[in-house]
Design a protein around this ligand. Structure first.
Ligand code: HEC
Length: 100
């Protein structure tokens, strides 16, 4: 019985340690954002490289965000061929958490 308890403990410890690196990303869109968008928009959304809009002060609604991200606008690239609709929605949810 004690051996079984130890085995369960070791397994849960393993799960915890294995799970830890992914927990840096609390939102599914965060990784996509940091990889593809932060170059122009900055890690927290306030960089304005190439005339990028400050996402922290943006108040655009979900459908406007979806159109801009999928179709692009001026120097903002289009992402509809890179991301699925689901991924674009994930990124939208994430960038809204950056708003101040
Ligand atoms: C090459 C630089 C660049 C990259 C990379 C980039 N953007 Fe942009 N983004 C821009 C520019 C420039 C604008 C301003 C477009 C305009 O209004 O003329 C913009 C505007 C936006 C806006 C509109 C904000 C508002 O309120 O008007 C959103 C939302 C946005 N970007 C999200 C993203 C997301 C999400 C990604 C990654 C998937 C991304 N951007 C990647 C340059 C970039």
């Amino acid at each position: 019985m004690i051996a079984l308890k130890n085995a369960v403990f070791m397994l849960s410890l393993l799960f915890f340690v294995e799970g830890a690196p992914q927990s840096r990303f609390m939102f599914p869109g965060q990784r996509l954002y940091e990889k593809n968008c932060s170059f122009c928009h900055g890690k927290v959304g306030d960089r304005q490289r190439f005339g990028a809009k400050n996402l922290r002060v943006s108040r655009a609604g979900d459908s406007a965000l979806f159109t801009i991200i999928s179709k692009g606008l001026n120097r903002m690239p289009a992402w509809s061929s890179t991301f699925s609709d689901r991924e674009i929605h994930d990124v939208i949810q994430y960038i809204k958490t950056l708003r101040s």
